[in-house]
Design a protein around this ligand. Structure first.
Ligand SMILES: Nc1ncnc2c1ncn2[C@@H]1O[C@H](COP(=O)(O)OP(=O)(O)OP(=O)(O)O)[C@@H](O)[C@H]1O
Ligand SMILES: [Mg+2]
Length: 383
């Protein structure tokens, strides 16, 4: 990084301090440099001894975030910061220990004032050897956790959800206005107009009654269609197979051939399963377009007795699935995570098989008990 670049990133802060980190890092003392990094990190950093349930060290940002002095933090058990979350905390610590690292946004932090902050933490586990008071070398295990307050992000998400709800309500209002209210108005108008003919009796009266009945029937059908559309969410009234086929066909391009297969006996799945499968398929295909540089992608939906399986398989460049996914609010990286979450929320899972040069195979499997599905024919017949 050139001096020029540095100044771009390190423009004088609002507090008026000018790069204290730079001045100190001129030092040749490594320890001093690391200390400077630690002290000036914009994320809270905690060094934790999971066995003793103790905070061994915390940087100034950690103190600022939680409102405790460093000394106070070092005298607190980790559990004091995550009250009522011991199970999640232990599971997270265990996974960090098992995999050497981990990430979660499921934990919150309690500040000294008792506020609960939603947090995102990225942790790694390190092995250290130190000398005890007897001069013996002892091996210990520490967890380094970088913690970020995500209150603002959560608020933005809540606002977004609220907005989506408002939009949905408006859509319902429009739907009711456009279909039901208009049909009823027309029916009332026809009934008014029929009044005279009905008084006169005879064929003319029958005819106008028939007209009203036909209009009422049409309106009922319209209402049923609307309800179906609304219930079907992202499928927009299509069957799942139709929606998946359409999605696949849309992806076809100059250099990308697509294929779509259905195996097993098609049946209507619970609405949540169908929209999840469609969303997973959309993200899978988006990833192929964005990353794979493939010439062929195949989407297969397999109906089984005990569930449904969706496979998106491409012959592109592939990627290294060993590298943990990094989520970045600017760059994204949320697709695979959200595909997995969607499948997991429904009791299923996502398997990603990929390696450099060998294409990518993403399989979402969702269990659906055999009795829940009906065949599409039966379901549509009532409409
Ligand atoms: N079909 C694929 N072929 C090659 N690489 C892929 C494929 N699918 C995913 N990847 C790799 O996995 C990474 C993570 O994918 P993911 O969908 O989670 O994030 P993203 O597509 O980068 O961003 P976002 O989906 O949030 O817009 C991608 O950045 C890409 O490197
Ligand atoms: Mg993606």
């Amino acid at each position: 990084m050139s001096e020029q670049d540095f100044h771009q990133y390190g423009a004088p802060s609002r507090t008026g301090h000018h790069h204290p980190a730079l001045i100190q890092s001129v030092s040749n003392d490594k320890e001093e440099i690391y200390q400077t990094v630690f002290d000036h990190s914009n994320d809270a950093i905690f060094v934790i001894d999971p066995v003793e349930d103790r905070i061994v060290d915390a940087n100034p940002k950690a103190s600022a975030m939680l409102g405790y002095s460093r000394a106070e933090l070092l005298s607190l058990p980790v559990s004091a910061i995550h009250p009522n979350e011991m199970a999640v905390l232990q599971a997270f610590a265990q996974s960090v220990f098992d995999n050497g690292r981990g990430w979660t946004d499921e934990l919150t932090c309690r500040t000294k004032l008792g506020n609960i902050l939603p947090a995102e933490m990225s942790a790694s586990s390190i092995q250290i050897a130190s000398q005890n008071s007897l001069g013996q070398i002892v091996e210990g295990h520490l967890i380094i956790a970088m913690v970020r307050d995500i209150t603002e992000r959560r608020q933005a998400e809540a606002a977004e959800r609220e907005l989506a709800l408002v939009e949905e309500r408006n859509r319902l209002a429009r739907e009711i206005h456009d279909s039901l209210a208009q049909s009823l108005t027309a029916i009332i108008w026809l009934l008014n107009a029929s009044e005279l003919t009905v008084k006169a009796g005879g064929d003319a009266a029958l005819e106008s009654l028939n007209k009203v009945r036909d209009l009422a029937k049409e309106s009922l059908q319209e209402a049923r269609r609307s309800v179906w559309d609304l219930r079907s969410g992202p499928l927009k009234g299509l069957s799942l197979v139709e929606a998946l086929e359409q999605e696949t066909a849309k992806t076809t391009g100059l250099n990308l051939g697509t294929a779509f297969n259905v195996t097993g006996k098609e049946r209507v799945m619970p609405g949540g399963v169908e929209s999840a499968v469609l969303r997973i398929c959309q993200e899978g295909l988006a990833n192929v377009l964005k990353h794979a540089n493939a010439s062929r992608v195949t989407v297969t939906v397999a109906y089984g007795k005990t569930g449904i399986e969706l496979t998106v398989s491409d012959n592109g460049i592939g990627f290294d699935t060993e590298i943990p996914l990094q989520w970045d609010k600017d760059k994204g990286g949320f697709g695979l995570i959200s595909m997995r979450e969607r499948a997991q929320l429904l009791g299923g899972g996502l398997t990603v098989k990929s390696s450099l040069g060998n294409g990518t195979n993403v399989v979402a499997a969702i269990p659906v008990p055999p009795e829940t599905g009906t065949t599409p024919e039966v379901n549509n017949a009532q409409g």
